[in-house]
Design a protein around this ligand. Structure first.
Ligand SMILES: Nc1ncnc2c1ncn2[C@@H]1O[C@H](COP(=O)(O)OP(=O)(O)OP(=O)(O)O)[C@@H](O)[C@H]1O
Ligand SMILES: [Mg+2]
Length: 610
């Protein structure tokens, strides 16, 4: 036996199982819209940030270029200043040397060279407090200062000094020193510096050993110049080799300090100008960058707004289309439901028609024999007329006579009495016929009563009923439409009452019995069984029909599924039955077997009334 329970009603019922297109579409596309909007906003911001980075990099680069340019310009100007002045100083010392060296300085330097410095040099150096490098101690300095004093005490010193002052006065040279080849300061226009040992000084070494002039730019807060003490001056100090006339031989070293304060101020002013121009340019570039950024941001925001608007329009258009489609689908579904209802209605009408034909047939038999009986009874009664007339005359005669005996002229009555056949005077025959007729009428009354119960007009009303009565009714009606060769058995157990719509349940059982009869065809048995099982009412409609083939079994509950030829079945019977049963809180199932001992049992379960 294979069995299949009915699927839950919700899955079948059109409305509850319908795909909710509009809310799904709205939710999904709105989510997508937000996602796209978010992504666009994110990328827009990324782009803005990238542009800002590029701008900042360019601004930094431009600033670097300008700074580089300004500082280069400054250092180049200072370098040029240095080399121009160095060249000037070289020329100056050459003139100075030409004028004074041979005659005045050479013997003076030679004489100073006589003074030994070994003693002073032998004195130890001390580490400097600042950088830890060895520096001459105070004692050593004093020793060399002593040597300076000795040189200054030379008688020719005053004359030489006066000549130097005379030559350098009113020039840009602020100070001049002369060193011998030992590195000792044999002359300084600042006399206190005479005697100092410069043998370790890089400038002196460059000039004395390599014969190359070296210059550097220095700033002094206070400085003793030929003209007296001057303040806050930019100076160029140059160590310059003194060459023996007509040869490359270094015979001494000059150190010349010349004032470049005005030139350097000019360089500083130019540099400041350039830096200011650079700063202005920087401001301009930055302002332009800010403006560009705003333009880019604006255009990004505008693009974003346009895209959002387009997306919104797209969403609105799609929503309208889907809304329209959903409405169309809903209308089509309604039309289909309506058509289905109409079909179910027409099926009901068709089965009603079938039933009416059967009922008419059933009415016809008692009607026919009742009418025949009444006619025969009438005929029998007609034969009673003469004997009754005779009996009437005799009764009158007897009543009119007081005597015990009456004389009757038989001759006059013979003709009439001769027609009376005593065999016709059987009153039992019409009585039996009328009795039969009464039975016929009783049959017709029962049929009418059943019909009235079956097609109860108030179809929506629920009432508390005994299902056995309802089943009996249905079987009674069904018998009128199914062949008499099919036996319908009732096997009812006592049932508790249940609340139901009787006319709908009648339809369920009529559908099941009709199906059973159609599956049987000619000869067979339909058993309608009722029982109480596990607190539920159970109704079986069992048949000895052909059974349901496995390939049809899964589909029998489907609306419009039928294996019967067109015109015979609509495929609505079981679908309607299941809907009604489920609406009553019940269940319907099937068990079937094909082949030998084939047959099908539909089982319906109902809850009992509370
Ligand atoms: N008792 C049964 N025995 C064998 N097959 C059955 C039985 N009951 C139903 N079926 C099968 O199930 C199918 C669907 O039945 P259903 O009552 O829904 O439609 P139908 O009887 O074909 O048409 P309708 O009831 O609308 O006249 C039938 O065509 C038939 O193949
Ligand atoms: Mg059917």
């Amino acid at each position: 036996m294979t069995s299949l329970a009915g699927a839950p009603l919700a899955a079948l019922a059109g409305n509850s199982g319908r795909f909710r297109l509009l809310p799904f579409f709205a939710a999904a596309s709105l989510a997508m819209f937000l996602l796209v909007a978010g992504a666009l906003w994110y990328f827009e911001r990324q782009q803005g940030a990238f542009f800002r980075d590029v701008q900042n990099q360019q601004i930094d680069f431009f600033k670097q270029v300008q700074d580089d340019f300004a500082s280069r310009q400054d250092s180049v100007a200072r370098r040029d200043l240095l080399s121009i002045h160095e060249a000037g100083n070289v020329n100056l010392t050459r003139l100075f040397a030409n004028a004074l060296w041979e005659r005045d300085f050479a013997p003076f330097v030679g004489k100073a060279g006589q003074i030994s410095v070994d003693e002073c040099r032998a004195l130890a150096d001390v580490p400097d407090a600042k950088d830890g490098k060895p520096k001459p101690s105070a004692e050593k300095k004093a020793c060399f200062a002593e040597i300076g004093k000795k040189i200054a005490a030379f008688p020719e010193f005053a004359g030489l000094n006066a000549k130097v002052f005379e030559m350098m006065k009113k020039s840009t040279v602020f100070k001049i020193k002369v060193f011998d080849l030992r590195g000792i300061t044999v002359y300084s226009s600042e006399h206190a510096q005479m005697g100092e040992d410069k043998s370790l000084n890089a400038g002196w070494l460059g000039a004395a050993v390599d014969g190359k002039p070296t210059s550097e730019l220095t700033f002094r807060d206070k400085f003793s110049a030929f003209e007296g003490v001057v303040e806050k001056r930019d100076l160029i100090s140059s160590y310059l080799p003194v060459l023996a006339p007509g040869s490359e031989k270094v015979v001494g070293v000059f150190e010349v300090y010349s004032d470049v304060t005005p030139f350097l101020n000019q360089i500083k002013a130019t540099s400041a100008d350039i830096r200011k121009a650079a700063a202005d340019n920087q401001d301009k570039v930055e302002a332009a960058a800010v403006a560009d950024q705003e333009t880019v941001d604006d255009s990004g925001t505008r693009t974003l707004a346009i895209v959002m608007l387009l997306l919104l329009l797209l969403f609105a258009a799609l929503f309208a289309i889907v809304w329209r489609a959903a409405a169309l689908i809903a209308r089509q579904e309604m039309e289909r439901d309506h058509a289905q209802q109409q079909l179910a209605q027409s099926e009901k009408m068709a089965s009603l028609g079938q039933m009416v034909a059967g009922v008419a047939h059933q009415l016809n038999t008692p009607l026919a024999f009742s009418s025949a009986n009444i006619q025969m009874a009438l005929q029998a009664l007609a034969r009673f007329a003469l004997p009754l007339q005779v009996a009437g005359s005799f009764s009158r005669l007897v009543k009119a006579t007081d005597a015990d005996k009456v004389m009757v002229n038989v001759a006059s009555a013979r003709d009439r009495v001769a027609d009376i056949d005593p065999a016709d005077l059987d009153v039992q025959m019409p009585q039996a016929m009328l009795q039969d007729t009464l039975q016929g009428i009783e049959q017709m009354r029962e049929l009418v009563e059943n019909l009235r119960d079956f097609t109860r007009l108030d179809r929506t009303k629920t009432s508390r009923v005994d299902l056995n009565k309802s089943l009996h009714n249905v079987i009674y009606i069904a018998r009128s439409v199914i062949p008499t060769s099919i036996e319908v058995k009732e096997a009812f157990a006592d049932l508790p009452e249940m609340d139901c719509n009787v006319s709908q349940l009648n339809q369920v059982f009529l559908n099941l019995i009709n199906n059973a009869a159609q599956a049987i065809g000619e000869h067979g048995t339909i058993t309608v069984r009722s029982l109480v099982e596990a607190g539920r009412i159970r109704i079986d409609v069992e048949d000895t029909g052909s059974g349901i083939a496995a390939e049809h079994l899964p589909h029998i509950w489907d609306t419009y599924y039928t294996t019967k030829p067109a015109g015979e079945g609509t495929g609505l019977g079981l679908s309607i039955a299941r809907t009604i049963v489920t609406e009553h809180g019940g269940e319907i199932a099937v068990q079937t077997r094909t082949g030998e001992n084939s047959g099908t049992t539909f089982t319906v379960y109902f809850p009992v009334a509370a």
